[in-house]
Structure formats: structure tokens, C-alpha cells
Design a binder for this molecule. Structure first.
Ligand code: FAD
Length: 296
């Protein structure tokens, strides 16, 4: 339990009833009872103390590119790291990035330092914090492959430094998923030089051919299953998912694992589409698809 008393004047960054739809790439989500975008560790710690004092649940948002927030919103404090958490330092061998840094910046800066190891992140619209929590990846690489250490803030407002070797990451998962009270602050990565990944522009071109970028989405909805030798997209394609819709939530014709918001789709529409598609795949293949997106 945190004992520090927060001066009300210090809490002017906390707003009330802020719609979260503006902070998710699906453009859906109801209001957060409280919302803030801290610009410094001090402001973040005060927000955490505020949540603790008033016994509020917390959620942390990166770029909201893997989030489905319910239409009813969130009855607690939603914290989105502001631009003050976008610093990145590069000494030529290692990169230290604040959690709010966009993933493309990691790729861009590494490239300029002569390493293509982060090119796989090109076109993934997340932040370093969200990327770490989701263990973002593509083209056979994952962000945790290059992680050396990171720090997080606990609910008491204390900062912890963690070494990569003490933490287990798996395909699109990390120990931070399902831990809504720990916020990733910074991460350090090593720059591998022996790799030759395709150019960022080439990757972007490949991704544009494969994935729909013109309408709001949250990327792949389901993880690839391990029990069959087919991707989630292939299974969904086989059950005729492409073009299927619930309200304005429609499965992309380009990629069956993407549900698009074609305009004013609700979280309920998207959730219903997810449930129906999971059911279809189960009936046809006996495979229970697990969502990659995080539902709030
Ligand atoms: C068009 C498109 C393409 C995509 N392609 C890919 C792809 O190829 N590969 C891939 O892996 N993903 C992909 N994604 C999904 C998404 O971009 C990634 O999962 C990304 O890493 C999410 O980062 P974010 O900052 O948006 O996190 P959010 O979506 O904001 O959050 C995701 C989770 O992380 C938590 N979180 C966020 N920041 C923090 C923090 N600082 N501390 C603690 N918890 C935090 C949230 O609470 C939530 O549980 C795609 C998405 C889109 C829209």
C-alpha cells in the first residue's frame, strides 16, 4: 500500500470520462473513468499513487494497436505514456528506448547504426512497451530476441530493473500479459550486426501486399495455432471468413485474420465476429483459436 499523499494540484494531468476509441487503432472503445498521459516518471508515479489511493484498477496503453476496449469503457485509470516517454539512446552497440518509443523508430535508428536486426518491426504500429508485452514479431524474429534488460514500475511506484535472462518470452506472449499493474518503462537491446534482413522499404511493400492497411484494425486477431500446420489466416480462409461481417466489423478480403472497422463498428460487433469465427474453425477443424489481441 502506498502511503504518499498526492497533492490534488499535482493531478491536473488526470482527466475524467475520456473515450478510449481515440487511442486504439480499431477506433473503438468507450470512456475511461480516469485517463492520463504522463510525460515523466514523476507524473507517472503520482498517477499510480492516485489509482492506489482511490483503489482504482489501472490499464496501460501503448499505441492501442492490439487492443479491443469494450463499448462500456473502463471503470478505472487508463494510463497512456506521453511523448516524454519516447527517448531513445544509441551507443552503436546497444539501444536504450523508453516504452513509448514507436517500434519503427527502433528499426530506423538501428539501420542508421548499420544493423538491420530490427527491420522486421517495420509496419508494426506499436510502441516498445506494447511490443515487449506482446513480444511483437514478424518474419521469424521477435523483439525479445534482441532484448538485454528492461525496467518496470510496480503498483507501489517502485522501479525494478530486470535482466532478459530472468524472463521467459514465448510466441506473442510475455510474463507481462495479464499483469495490469506493472508498467514497462524502458528497454535495452543489443544491435546484431551479422544479420541481413530485407530493407525496411522492401518489408513495407511486402506487408502492404499481404495485410490491409487502409482501414482501422488491430492486426492479426488470432494467434497461429501450434496443433496444426496451418496459420490462423489459412484456417479462417478455409471456413469462408473473408468478407464475413457483423455490423461494420468485417473480415478483410485481403487477409482472413484481420477484422476491419468499416465505419462505426462497435466492440460488441468485433467480439461477436471473433466468437463466430472461432466457432466455425472449431467445428471444421477441431482447433480452438486463441486471440492475439488483448480485450479490455
Ligand atoms: C496493421 C497492423 C499490423 C500489425 N502487425 C503485427 C505484426 O506483424 N506482428 C505483431 O507482433 N503484431 C502486429 N500488430 C499488433 C500490434 O501492433 C503489436 O502487438 C504491438 O506490439 C502492440 O503495441 P502497442 O504499443 O500498440 O500496445 P497496445 O496495443 O497499446 O497494448 C498491448 C498490451 O500491452 C500492454 N501495454 C502497452 N504498453 C505497456 C507498457 N508500457 N507497460 C505495460 N503494459 C503495456 C497493454 O496494456 C496491452 O495489454 C499489428 C497491428 C496492426 C494494427
Amino acid at each position: 500500500m502506498v502511503s504518499t499523499v498526492v497533492d490534488r494540484r499535482e493531478l491536473d494531468i488526470i482527466e475524467k470520462d475520456v473515450p478510449l476509441s481515440g487511442f486504439t487503432t480499431w477506433n473503438v472503445g468507450g470512456p475511461a473513468r480516469y485517463f492520463c498521459q504522463p510525460e515523466s516518471l514523476d507524473q507517472l508515479q503520482k498517477a499510480i499513487v492516485f489509482a492506489d489511493e482511490f483503489d482504482l484498477d489501472t490499464i496501460f496503453l501503448g499505441n492501442g494497436s492490439n487492443l479491443l476496449v469494450s463499448d462500456e469503457g473502463f471503470d478505472g485509470l487508463a494510463v497512456r505514456l506521453g511523448p516524454g516517454f519516447g527517448d531513445l539512446e544509441n551507443d552503436g552497440d546497444r539501444i536504450r528506448a523508453s516504452a513509448g518509443t514507436p517500434l519503427y523508430k527502433l528499426a530506423d535508428v538501428s539501420n542508421k547504426a548499420g544493423s538491420s536486426c530490427f527491420n522486421f518491426l517495420t509496419g508494426i504500429p506499436g510502441t516498445v512497451g506494447g511490443g515487449l508485452v506482446m513480444n511483437a514479431g514478424a518474419f521469424g524474429s521477435e523483439i525479445s530476441d534482441y532484448l538485454t534488460e528492461f525496467s518496470y514500475l510496480d503498483p507501489s511506484g517502485d522501479v525494478h530493473e530486470v535482466s532478459r535472462k530472468d524472463v521467459r518470452f514465448n510466441y506473442r506472449s510475455s510474463p507481462f500479459q495479464g499483469c495490469p499493474d506493472k508498467i514497462v518503462l524502458e528497454a535495452e537491446f543489443k544491435l546484431e550486426r551479422g544479420e541481413s534482413q530485407p530493407d525496411m522499404s522492401e518489408i513495407l511493400e511486402q506487408r502492404r501486399e499481404k495485410f490491409p492497411y487502409s482501414k482501422p484494425s488491430a492486426g492479426s486477431v488470432f494467434k497461429n495455432p501450434t496443433e496444426v500446420d496451418m496459420t490462423a489466416g489459412q484456417l479462417l480462409d478455409e471456413v469462408g471468413a473473408k468478407g464475413f461481417s457483423v455490423g461494420n466489423a468485417a473480415v478483410s478480403h485481403q487477409h482472413a485474420n484481420f477484422i476491419l472497422n468499416k465505419g462505426h463498428a462497435t466492440a460488441k460487433n468485433i467480439q461477436k465476429a471473433i466468437d463466430i469465427l472461432r466457432d466455425r474453425v472449431y467445428k471444421e477443424f477441431g482447433v480452438t483459436l486463441v486471440t492475439e489481441i488483448v480485450v479490455i
